[in-house]
Design a protein around this ligand. Structure first.
Ligand SMILES: NC(=O)c1ccc[n+]([C@@H]2O[C@H](COP(=O)([O-])OP(=O)(O)OC[C@H]3O[C@@H](n4cnc5c(N)ncnc54)[C@H](OP(=O)(O)O)[C@@H]3O)[C@@H](O)[C@H]2O)c1
Length: 316
């Protein structure tokens, strides 16, 4: 199979041996694999994958067709699946844990499905499992025009929450408003409070302002810090006075059982809305595997709405 390979900070396409599924693994012929910030970090040598995963083949999510299955897997050859994986998704073939895989609904193309698992699982887990976002509550999503943000805004609206989407590029605010959010510039976030939940996708710099804008009993969940960094100051009196909760979460290092639980919770809330077109996977740009450098460049440039997706099947 051909795979995207990281070589001293650059990307190349290389032939690698086809993976062989064992136990409850599925071998998936990848049609689409979404890009994520973690891939750019891994390329720069800052985010090694967990043990047992090829360190030089990036990719945290994929969608495609099952072409072989281990003896303990329930899914069959020919099934359309999408899944988060600990790495190595940006290749023509990828191993996926059966328990973590989700069925691709007929309403979703495999291109769209390749951009679904990582960002929708992250957003769903953070909003509902970590923060218990409830109907009628008020949510702030920072960095809302990216992959996780676009997922979070839609998931929260479906739940019946009121959503404020912080978007730094004026030209992208209308799209967030069309997805059901009140779209504001980052500087307007604090005055647009109070918030019951803040989904922090940019970093820790605005934590004091967000804590000040939090309702009593409010929750802040840190998911990404690439935009404004990981460090901040905490006024513990404000935290106490508001009975606030500050959480943080990552997906990649979780056990298969934990990832499977997150996948089942996501499927339960999204299967019908996806089928009915009430939930959309927004793919800004897609690239053939040969164009991986361009795809990574586009991701790094910023200003996209939703996802960038690689298409290993485009040149087969
Ligand atoms: N914890 C986890 O398990 C997990 C899982 C997935 C993602 N993440 C992290 O969560 C973050 C969001 O992921 P994503 O997939 O949505 O990334 P993304 O698609 O790159 O979106 C990031 C968004 O944040 C905006 N942004 C970046 N720096 C900013 C700043 N200083 N001020 C205001 N806005 C800023 C970007 O705007 P521009 O387009 O203008 O640059 C973009 O709209 C990333 O850091 C990612 O690594 C964590």
């Amino acid at each position: 199979m051909r795979a995207v390979v990281i070589k001293e900070g650059s990307l190349a396409l290389e032939e690698r041996p086809d993976p062989v599924p064992t136990g409850a693994e599925l071998l998936v012929r990848v049609e689409a694999a979404g890009l994520n910030g973690a891939d750019l970090l891994q390329r720069a040598g800052h985010y090694p994958p967990p043990p047992g995963v090829p360190a030089d083949v990036p990719g945290l999510e994929c969608a495609g067709t099952v072409v072989a299955a281990g003896p303990e897997a329930r899914r069959k050859v020919g099934d359309r699946v999408m899944a988060i994986v600990p790495g190595a998704a940006q290749a023509e073939l990828c191993l996926v844990e059966d328990a973590v895989a989700m069925s691709v609904p007929d309403s979703l193309s495999l291109l769209e499905a390749g951009g679904f698992p990582e960002t929708f699982t992250t957003a769903h887990d953070a909003l509902f499992t970590q923060c218990g976002l409830a109907p009628g509550e008020r949510l702030l999503v920072t960095g809302a025009a990216g992959g996780v943000g676009v997922a979070a805004v839609q998931l929260a609206r479906l739940k019946g929450a009121e959503v404020v989407a912080s978007v730094r590029r004026p030209e992208l605010r209308r799209a967030l408003a069309e997805l059901g959010a009140k779209a504001v510039a980052p500087a307007q976030e604090a005055t647009a409070g109070p918030y019951d939940v803040v989904l922090e996708l940019v970093g820790a710099a605005d934590f004091p302002a967000h804590l000040a804008a939090l309702s009593t009993g409010g929750r802040i969940c840190f998911i990404g810090v690439a935009g404004s960094g990981p460090k901040t100051e905490l006024d513990a009196r404000q935290l106490m006075g508001k009975r606030a909760v500050v959480r943080g979460s990552t997906l990649r290092a979780r056990t298969v059982a934990e990832k499977a639980a997150a996948a089942r919770a996501l499927e339960a809330d999204t299967a019908l809305p996806l089928a009915e077109g009430r939930l959309k996977v927004i793919v800004s740009d897609s690239y053939a595997l040969e164009e991986c450098e361009r795809a990574y460049g586009r991701f790094a440039e910023g200003g996209k709405l939703g996802k960038i997706v690689l298409l290993p099947g485009a040149s087969r």
